[in-house]
Write a protein that binds this ligand. Structure first.
Ligand SMILES: NC(=O)c1ccc[n+]([C@@H]2O[C@H](COP(=O)([O-])OP(=O)(O)OC[C@H]3O[C@@H](n4cnc5c(N)ncnc54)[C@H](OP(=O)(O)O)[C@@H]3O)[C@@H](O)[C@H]2O)c1
Length: 340
């Protein structure tokens, strides 16, 4: 076996608030030899996702925090470059939870590892609208949001991979879909390219007034991605019998103490008639992974499902890209291109 030099990004120190220099470090190591039943995967594309920030905190969430000195968690698309398994051959492409690194070795029985048969779909789409965020938007909307034709659906972070799929799916189901996004360019894209009925730039003007004007019949489904001031503006417009899938609340992810944050549960729960709301995880529907990935990939291939992406070049630029994404510097899915 050839010797492979790996580079990875490890958590050196738990950030307090925003990530600072020295919290995450780039380190190198030689990859060990493969054992029977193992495969060596070279990362081609790394996904950067908001959930990674809470994983840096010393707080037990739905998953354990990343250990100090541990490789940052993350999903990637990679190519198998060595195999001692009869299930995977050299050249196979897989999505797997590699972490932020250029190579990783896993047993062929690794959970949450899936072969990709791209067939005309860009590989990196399997980390975006045809990947975990896309399945999140689709399954969370359909199963928890339960939208019906003619209803009004609102989603923030509308130009990101989750929001993009929520909006285009809601539109296809015959709903009125109103996006919220940070900036005129993102809003124009969401309406002109993605086909949303309206989009509000929450960084300009009075969000509550603009939202009221965009939702004359109130809001039936609020797909929660961001929390904070956006949720406060949405809450009074929620109709009787409305639903709010709580997907995440990225506005709080850099908080110094997440335990003290006013969450969407506080805001929506305090309404006289709270909407039906609950947190969900995309893994609730892991048994539909193949089916929904295929459905979304087919829509990408046909051109029906549109999306944007922002690409950082090389692992050494992952940290800055990640910090930027939490502030909305990304336009669409934030990726790191590692290798061709
Ligand atoms: N529950 C699950 O299983 C699951 C799975 C995947 C993702 N998620 C959640 O889904 C949400 C969207 O994920 P994504 O991957 O599609 O992210 P994304 O949209 O690519 O990136 C995050 C976006 O959040 C927006 N944002 C940041 N700070 C904000 C603030 N203070 N107020 C309003 N918007 C703010 C920014 O967009 P603007 O410039 O438009 O503000 C930023 O681009 C996140 O909350 C994530 O944690 C949950």
């Amino acid at each position: 076996m050839a010797t492979y030099q790996n580079r990875s990004i490890v958590l050196s120190k738990r950030p307090e608030g925003e990530i600072q220099d020295g919290d995450l470090s780039l380190v190198s190591n030689d990859m060990p030899a493969l054992k029977d039943g193992e495969i060596l995967i070279k990362t081609l594309w790394l996904s950067l996702d908001p959930y990674m920030r809470p994983r840096m905190n010393d707080m037990k969430g739905y998953m354990d925090p990343v250990a100090i000195g541990g490789v940052m968690t993350g999903e990637s698309v990679g190519r198998i470059v060595e195999s001692k398994s009869d299930k995977y051959a050299v050249g196979d492409i897989v999505t797997s939870y590699s972490g932020w690194q250029e190579y990783h070795i896993v047993p062929d029985s690794q959970e949450m590892m899936y072969k990709v048969n791209a067939d005309g779909v860009p590989l990196q789409a399997y980390l975006g609208v045809a990947g975990m965020p896309g399945r999140t938007g689709y399954l969370g909307l359909v199963n928890v949001g339960k939208p019906k034709a003619g209803e009004t659906v609102v989603v923030a972070a509308a130009s990101g991979p989750v929001g993009t799929v929520v909006g285009q799916t809601a539109k296809q189901l015959g709903c009125r879909i109103v996006g919220i996004a940070g900036g005129e360019e993102k809003c124009r894209y969401v309406v002109d390219e993605l086909g949303f009925d309206d989009c509000i730039n929450y960084k300009e003007g009075d969000l509550s007034e603009q939202l009221k004007a965009a939702c004359p019949d109130g809001i039936d489904v609020y797909f929660e991605n961001v929390g904070g001031d956006v949720t406060k503006a949405v809450a009074p417009l929620m109709n009787a019998g409305s639903r709010a899938p709580i997907c995440g609340y990225v506005s709080a992810y850099n908080a110094t103490n997440m335990g003290e944050v006013e969450t969407p549960f506080h805001i929506l729960g305090a309404l006289p008639e709270p909407p039906e709301h609950r947190f969900f995880l995309v893994t609730e529907w892991q048994d539909q992974h193949a089916e929904i990935t295929q459905l979304l990939a087919d829509r990408v291939k046909s051109g029906e499902l549109k999306y944007q992406e922002t690409i950082a070049e090389g692992l050494e630029n992952a940290v800055e890209a990640f910090k930027g994404m939490l502030k909305g510097k990304n336009f669409g899915k934030q990726l790191v291109h590692i290798a061709d």
